[in-house]
Design a protein around this ligand. Structure first.
Ligand code: ACO
Length: 220
């Protein structure tokens, strides 16, 4: 585990005030993570339902992002649980010029040579192992373990308590359900879903939904 010396830590720029996208349950979890990590409160939240977050005003629908960028906020985070939408909006914000700094809860343990992509978040008690690479717009949710040498494509969600053995590969937009386990070296294809509590012991094709112990394909 790499840890910054006090002088290195002192020279880091302070974290920016973010524009958040999404004021639902995941938005509240992201806000809590930001506060625990000492980030300043977000400048506001964009939500198509007009919802705000505790202490964070709603600044309008998501379509306001471009005009807001011209007014000042330069960094954002898409706090939506839906993988494809989170990734699409994240890419749109990047194209507008927003920075999407990765967010890390202070209780998360990230190996010094692990990578957490832009727009991604490591929630409380996440463990990210040596040389693991997490692409952009990912959610590493509470208490999940992504072991050494895993590679996650863009827009994945590893749900609370899920455990990936070493060298697992996830395509874009994969959802690994709560407390599932994935055998080392397995490949899970783009857009696949793994059910709550599943044990994945064989590769999963793109777009498939698997569940159970051992995990088997399910219709739809
Ligand atoms: C902070 C957070 O909350 S992060 C949340 C992250 N999200 C998750 O972890 C959810 C992952 N999703 C699941 O596990 C879902 O149950 C899925 C994708 C596997 C299946 O969803 P659906 O297609 O809607 O299935 P549905 O609920 O209609 O159930 C269909 C059947 O599968 C069974 N089933 C559903 N999920 C599972 C599962 N994980 N393992 C075993 N069987 C299951 C149901 O009991 C039902 O069986 P029956 O037909 O014999 O009654």
């Amino acid at each position: 585990m790499a840890s910054a010396s006090p002088s290195e830590a002192g020279s880091r720029p302070p974290p920016p005030r973010l524009l958040l996208i999404g004021a639902g349950g995941h938005g509240r979890a992201v806000l809590s993570t930001l506060r625990d990590a000492g980030w300043p409160d977000p400048i506001g939240v964009l939500d198509d339902g007009g919802a705000s977050l505790p202490g964070v005003p709603c600044l309008g629908p998501v379509s306001r992002a471009a005009s807001l960028w011209r007014e000042g906020p330069r960094a954002a985070h898409v706090a939506l649980g839906q993988n494809a939408l989170r990734r699409r909006l994240g890419e749109e914000l990047l194209a507008l010029g927003f920075g999407l700094p990765p967010i890390r809860h202070p209780s998360a343990v990230l190996a010094g040579d692990a990578e957490l992509g832009q727009g991604s978040i490591a929630m409380p008690r996440v463990v990210l192992g040596a040389a693991a690479r997490v692409g952009p717009h990912a959610i590493l949710n509470t208490g999940c373990i992504v072991e050494h040498d895993c590679v996650l494509g863009p827009g994945c969600h590893v749900a609370p308590g899920a455990v990936l053995g070493g060298g697992v590969r996830l395509g874009a937009g994969v959802l690994l359900g709560i407390q599932c386990g994935v055998r080392p070296g397995i490949a899970i294809g783009e857009g696949a879903t793994v059910g709550v509590g599943a044990a994945v012991v064989a590769d999963v094709p793109a777009g498939a939904t698997v569940a159970g112990v051992p995990a088997r394909p399910r219709p739809g």
